[in-house]
Design a protein around this ligand. Structure first.
Ligand code: MEV
Length: 330
């Protein structure tokens, strides 16, 4: 039996624009998906996922396997199945064991589809644990690349490398197209996350931005403006001590530009404003948008308390920067 875990992430800057070749800076957070894998005697794959969302589900496939009754939105389950199927294929390929059967158990503290990189964390941890269970240790570059290929396929070719690279490597990372690297020297950023209990459909939101960009020059300019602010943010991060007030201003700006692209939501705006008015350095939605999470920069208890009292905010928590990335637990 092997166990790996991988962290979720927040976007300090740059989601959506990264799909069009602009840079982005996601940061791994100490909320993990943990995947346990045990080899089976047959060629079936059985997945047990208790915490993938608020209610769990169990799915078996391969052989005669069928899909039991499900109590979570079917699009999320279909996506989760696609990610796991892809992860199993990658592990089998890496280990040259195309017909290996596996029992997979997923425990995740990262809500699905909420902008915290749940799918990337599950895929990274699943490939790592499954490959080791089948006798192969992947280096991190290979693992990140295989996890990206899974996301890319499930998201119809629209995924960037940001989530999977960040979850594999940990820390603050900078991603632009295929060029992915750690931003060295960033070991602490005071993140507060607010979660509205909902989820956005990443594929649909990415398609919406693409359509807007195809139709309007201003949308292309907005995407480029996000790229410009990410470059400024990166320069700040690479300085000896990142100035939180200036990073916060850029986060506010980034949220405004994402709103202009139509990917915010009333609940996200309400949480962003609650965090800002409580004195946070800055706040923005994180991930694809449409619902899910915001991230604020705040080194006091103010933003968390304000979010705890904000109607529509289901949960608020401090999220420590994770600097480990994927972890081999056993
Ligand atoms: C989703 O977490 C972030 C997006 O930029 C899509 C991607 O980068 O794959 C919206």
């Amino acid at each position: 039996m092997t166990v790996s875990s991988a962290p979720g992430k927040v976007y300090l800057f740059g989601e959506h624009a990264v799909v069009y070749g602009e840079p982005a800076v996601p940061c791994a957070i100490e909320r993990r998906a943990r995947v346990t894998v045990e080899r089976r005697d047959d060629d079936r794959v059985r997945v047990n996922a208790d915490d993938l969302t608020l209610d769990g589900f169990t799915v078996a496939w391969g052989g005669e396997g069928g899909v039991p009754e499900l109590d979570v939105p079917s699009n999320l389950v279909e996506a989760a199945m696609g990610y796991l199927d892809g992860a199993v294929e990658q592990a089998r390929d890496a280990a040259d064991a195309p017909a290996a059967g596996l029992d997979i158990t997923i425990e995740s503290a990262i809500p699905l589809g909420a902008g915290l990189g749940s799918s990337a964390a599950v895929v990274v941890a699943a490939i790592d644990a499954a490959a080791r269970e089948l006798g192969t240790e992947l280096d991190r570059e290979d693992l990140a690349d295989r996890a990206f290929r899974v996301e890319h396929e499930v998201q119809d070719g629209e995924a960037s490398r940001a989530d999977t690279f960040c979850s594999t490597m940990g820390g603050a990372v900078r991603v632009r197209g295929d060029d992915c690297r750690r931003v060295e020297g960033v070991d602490n950023l005071p993140f507060i996350v607010g979660y509205d209990g909902g989820a956005g459909d990443t594929g649909e939101l990415v398609a919406r931005v693409r359509a807007l960009r195809d139709e309007h020059r201003f949308a292309t300019d907005t995407v480029e403006a996000i790229g410009d602010l990410v470059r400024e943010g990166e320069t700040l991060l690479r300085g000896s001590e990142a100035p939180l007030d200036e990073l916060g201003d850029l986060m506010d700006f980034n949220h405004g530009l994402l709103s202009a692209l139509g990917v915010s939501a009333r609940s996200l705006d309400a949480m962003v404003w609650a965090a800002r008015e409580s004195g946070a350095y800055g706040a923005k939605l994180t991930g694809a948008g449409g619902g899910g999470c915001i991230v604020a920069l705040d080194d006091t208890e103010g933003a968390k308390t304000a979010l705890d009292y904000t109607p529509g905010c289901e949960e608020a928590f401090r999220a420590e920067l994770d600097t480990d990335g994927v972890r081999r637990e056993s």
